[in-house]
Design a protein around this ligand. Sequence first.
Ligand code: AMP
Length: 222
Amino acid sequence: MSDRILILTGPPGAGKGTQAKRLVETYGIPQLSTGDMLRAARSSGSELGERVAGIMDRGELVSDDIVVALIEEQLSQHPAGAILDGFPRTVGQVEALEAMLGKAGRRVQGVVAIEVPDETVVERIAGRRSCPNCGAIYHLVNKPPAEADVCDVCGTSPLKQRGDDTAEAAKTRVAAYHRDTAPILTHYEPQGLVRRVDGIGTVDEVFGRLSSAIDELEKAAA
Ligand code: AMP
């Protein structure tokens, strides 16, 4: 299979994590989420986890070198490509990613941005819950589990709310998206690598739009 490196971007609460999991099943390449890696570091109680805990809870971005090192280690283990979820999030991270891929003779196939208005993002974040065991993602209103507070996939209860899913941290994260992350599109747009997808609708509807965008990028790269 050809190397396929896709960047999935969008504001917090746009549905990146949910959609990335569906994309993994469809395209057979792994999801590399720097947010998940950092949360795993925190739950393992590692020194890195302790270092990033406060920054994450406030909704701020951790430093570029930390996430770049995490991604570099993972990407080298996935020669068939990956869906990058939540990385790169700054222009500095784009530069580091391009340098590491260039050295390995690899390149980004495309960037898909899920677009959702700021008002919707905050409402989505407040209702978000996830399974502490298997990572399945729910929403109290838009995607509730069949039985209240019980994971449909593995039966774990209770579901949990992320520490940075408070209204205050959510506002900081939305601001960080507009200030630091949206500019990454400016880097990839002149190369024709950006596809913007409407993130409003059911998970299936958004997934349909995302897969069309990805198929289009695949054809363009061929
Ligand atoms: P996420 O799960 O992608 O929303 O990430 C949760 C938090 O982890 C963010 O609010 C940041 O504090 C941190 N984080 C995740 N990915 C990055 C990144 N690429 N650059 C900087 N901070 C990140």
